[in-house]
Design a protein. Structure first.
Length: 610
């Protein structure tokens, strides 16, 4: 099947119908572009009453305010936007910046067109975990005060000194913060060569050792080339969405070009975008970025969720170059072959076949995309078969595969919210504030919508953007932090009564990059009475979702299994480490080539507040 698809795509290139890629896409105008040009679209499906809740064994409770996350995210006008710049929002990171084993939180912030008085500008915020369910704002002390149109965040130890560094993207100049290891950071953006010209709209990012030389490189997606002095305004089109004037674009605006920086090993980076082939690819309107070994060849590939055009899959050719294979791989378009307005992207092996699958969020009037990996980076669209095709009224941003109940099967969370605050005027939409979508893995290739069964924190509408997954209270279940637009963040604490076991792995590279980013882990367990082994895979990953950073510790739920029978780690260097009979319910620190060098055990519910 994969070979047939590739031959078909190539045959088109050899046929008499030789059209530029842009013309091919023009034949199937994106659903979002058609709305903006015509001002009409299919009416949203009617809202259905919430079904009777079933017991999932887990509930999510928003504890942001009582935990001390008091910083409001400001981004654009609250009721009307003049430019598309005001719509994208910001990402968020679960980030153990001080290596104490407890996840801290970094929230990217934005601004407004009219600006703010000196000293009153919204800034990013770093919240230190107090290990008791609360956080303290240490932004000023850490040296991380920075204002502007913040976008994405990603984490990785680019200089291999043992402390993970922080990269934040902006509309304008990017910022690379070197972690000094003493609770403070130094802005080294210009010195390192990754600040940029200040004229680009940088979005999703990820540290990735694409050439496996032991040093983390950096990929930065770009959205559109935007100059506010010449950018169209709603009245100029007019740009309409269902009859109301909204911010123009992205269709009709020039798409940005993605950037790949190569780590020189001396604290500086070189722009390798052209040399690597990234500039030759068709990627444009780039938003969410995912790095993952999607063809199981041991080399990291890069997927970019593109808005209003085909998404991109940069396949690593193992020689320092990439080729965009998304179209022939079957993960560029919708199930009916149309470009989509992609936002966030996440990967997991949801059916335990040894291949990493993809979930992507899209615009309202469309469904999310679920791409099932058949092997060798050949995908089939499983959105409708998998149960993710029921809702078209929501507009998705942050997303992620995560095992919410620790049963050993990856579930899905999608954070929603409309892009245009002006939809408050419409009765046919799901609203500007929208509920989240939570899908439980049914273990048969299908997912069930359990959004109304997991507590009001999931079903209550908000204007969500980026989200990150991690266990901030170290009780063994995965929590979620959500960044919003013109509102306070959410910290969704997962409270579980399943009694299921788990294991977390913190990777420490030696030959490989110190963070272990790109390492492939396989966890094999067996529940009592089961003859068949349960084999899961995952990777240490920088960036992902929508502009956000998940916990760098790899988490496996293992159900009722009393131990991990086998844990394999394939490091980016090619080194393989194997461990047997590991006790559950602990964090293990694994150093490449040396084994388990530290453990941390926690009692469930220990750090919970009533």
């Amino acid at each position: 099947m994969a070979s047939t698809r590739r031959k078909f795509i190539r045959s088109l290139c050899r046929s008499a119908l030789v059209l530029p890629f842009e013309r091919v896409l023009a034949l199937a105008i994106p659903f979002r572009a058609r709305r903006l040009s015509s001002g009409t679209a299919l009416p949203a499906p009617p809202q259905t009453p919430a079904p009777t809740a079933k017991d999932l064994g887990v509930t999510f409770l928003n504890v942001a305010r009582e935990s001390g996350l008091h910083a409001k995210t400001i981004f654009g006008g609250e009721h009307k936007n003049k430019y598309l710049l005001e719509t994208t929002g910001c990402g968020v990171a679960f980030y153990d910046y001080d290596n104490d084993g407890w996840l801290d939180i970094f929230l990217v912030n934005g601004t407004r067109l009219e600006g703010f008085p000196a000293g009153q500008e919204p800034t990013n915020h770093l919240f230190k975990n107090n290990r008791d369910g609360t956080f303290t704002d240490v932004t000023v002390k850490a040296g991380l005060v920075h204002a502007g149109w913040g976008q994405g965040v990603c984490v990785g130890d680019y200089d291999n000194d043992g402390f993970d560094d922080l990269f934040v993207t902006y509309f304008g100049k990017n910022v690379l913060y070197h972690n000094n290891g003493n609770g403070t950071f130094t802005d080294v953006s210009e010195k390192a060569g990754v600040a940029g010209t200040g004229k680009r709209w940088n979005t999703g990012c990820a540290f990735v050792d694409y050439d496996r030389d032991g040093r983390l490189d950096l990929f930065v997606a770009n959205y559109i080339d935007l100059d506010l002095k010449t950018a169209p305004v709603p009245e100029s089109g007019p740009c309409l969405y269902k009859g109301i004037m909204v911010a123009c674009g992205p269709p009709g605006l020039n798409g940005g070009k993605n950037i790949l920086y190569h780590n020189n090993g001396d604290g500086t980076f070189t722009d390798a975008s052209e040399k690597s082939g990234i500039l030759k690819a068709n990627g444009t309107y780039g938003l969410g970025v995912l790095t993952a070994d999607l063809d199981n060849d041991g080399w990291p590939d890069i997927y970019v969720a593109n808005d209003s055009t085909a998404s991109a899959l940069y396949q690593n050719k193992t020689n320092g170059t990439f080729t965009d294979i998304a179209l022939e791989a079957g993960c560029a378009l919708s199930a009916d072959g149309k470009p989509q307005a992609g936002m966030g992207i996440s990967a997991a092996d949801y059916d335990l076949d040894g291949n990493l699958d993809l979930v992507k969020t899209n615009f309202a009037g469309d469904t999310p995309s679920l791409y099932h990996n058949l092997g060798g980076a050949n995908f089939e669209d499983a959105t409708f078969q998998g149960g993710l095709g029921k809702h078209t009224q929501y507009l998705g941003w942050g997303c992620g595969f995560f095992d919410m109940d620790n049963d050993g099967w990856a579930d899905i969370l999608i954070c929603d919210g409309h892009v245009y605050p002006e939809v408050e005027q419409l009765k046919t939409e799901a609203g500007y504030l929208q509920r989240k979508l939570l899908y439980k893995n049914l273990r048969n290739g299908q997912f069930e919508d359990v959004s109304y069964d997991a507590g009001p924190s999931i079903s209550t509408p908000v204007a969500a953007r980026g989200c990150a997954f991690g266990d901030f209270d170290n009780d063994g279940d995965l929590d979620v932090v959500v960044n919003t637009v013109n509102d306070f963040p959410q910290l969704l604490r997962c409270d579980s009564v399943t009694g299921n076991n788990w294991i977390k792995i913190k990777t420490i590279g030696t030959k490989s990059n110190r963070s272990g980013i790109g390492a492939r882990l396989r966890c094999v367990t067996r529940a009592p009475g089961e003859k068949t082994a349960h084999s899961q895979i995952d990777e240490v990953r920088s960036g992902g979702g929508y502009f956000s950073q998940n916990d760098l510790r790899v988490h496996f739920g293992i159900g009722k299994a009393g131990k991990v029978e086998l844990l394999e780690i394939r490091w980016p260097s090619g080194t393989m480490d194997t461990f047997k009979d590991i006790k559950p319910n602990q964090v293990i620190f694994v150093k490449e080539g040396e084994g388990i060098v530290r453990t941390m055990a926690f009692e469930p519910e220990k750090s919970k507040k009533s």
